[in-house]
Design a protein around this ligand. Structure first.
Ligand code: FES
Length: 277
């Protein structure tokens, strides 16, 4: 307790000494003139200028007149050379936007024209001349039962003549399709009637087998298995001067589930679904 009291007293004494020292220093410095002021006063006193005369002279020395600089010749304005200053950021973005929009619109327009042009010239969506009927059938046979026609997006297969009676009962309502069958061929749209995958052929089973969800169709596109709601869709086929003409402008819906006019069963192992014939 005594130690704490002693420390507190010492601290108070130190603080008191600091306060007294600071006050003394302030008193010493208050009213002391700077060296320059004392020098000016000394000069004035040597010249005999004192009192009011000294103040008047000091006032006169503080002139309030505006300092007017010497006149400067102003050069005439000439517009900057655009080649020299280049392209501003705003100009750059405006031109870039305009260029990109023009390119986009131009590309879109070209695509539309190309699409319409192709349709007019015989691409998908129009009547496509596939070739002589005999050549088509020879092509099917040399390709092991299936002939792909990319411009028609269609598979061409043979339709057996001995099944025509059954076919008439099923496809008779689709006269343009039945017409092709009676000529010995059928043109099947490559798009799966389930969810639209491109349906490939299976060389071993001699069916069409969709890799997406496993739908299966026999060689003339009648459904044999999987989730597809019907057989493969197809196109009208006509013969014009011996040439096979496939009209891809209209798609005929595939036959109902259970249709089996040819009775073709799988001729070997399946390509999808892991099954065997
Ligand atoms: S798209 Fe072919 S089975 Fe689903």
């Amino acid at each position: 307790m005594n130690g704490t009291l002693i420390i507190a007293i010492v601290v108070l004494l130190v603080l008191g000494a600091v306060v007294v020292f600071t006050a003394a220093r302030r008193r010493e410095t208050t009213g002391v003139l700077s060296r320059e002021t004392r020098a000016r006063e000394k000069q004035a006193s040597e010249k005999g200028i004192v009192g009011k005369a000294y103040e008047r002279e000091a006032t006169a020395a503080r002139s309030t007149e505006l300092a007017i600089p010497a006149s400067v010749a102003v050069a005439p304005w000439t517009p900057p050379d655009p080649e020299v200053i280049g392209v501003s950021r705003r100009q750059f973005f405006n031109r870039a936007t305009f260029t990109l929009m023009s390119a986009g619109l131009g590309g879109f327009g070209a695509a539309v024209i190309g699409f319409l042009w192709k349709g007019a010239e015989g691409g998908f969506g129009s009547k496509i001349t596939a070739g002589k009927l005999d050549d088509i059938i020879a092509g099917i046979r040399s390709n092991k039962g299936f002939l792909y026609l990319p411009e028609a997006r269609a598979w061409i297969t043979e339709y057996p003549k001995e099944s025509l009676a059954k076919a008439e009962a099923v496809y008779g309502g689709q006269a343009p399709v039945y017409s092709g069958m009676s000529s010995g061929i059928v043109a099947l749209y490559q798009k799966c009637p389930h969810l639209g995958c491109r349906v490939p052929t299976c060389a071993t089973s001699q069916w069409f087998e969709c890799p997406c969800h496993g739908s299966q169709f026999n060689r003339v596109g009648e459904k044999k298995g999987g989730p597809a709601p019907r057989g493969m869709d197809r196109f009208a086929v006509s013969i014009n001067n011996g040439n096979v003409v496939i009209d891809t402008g209209a798609v005929f819906g595939g036959p109902a589930i259970g249709t089996n006019t040819t009775g073709q069963e799988a001729e070997g192992p399946h390509c999808v679904g892991g099954g065997s014939h």
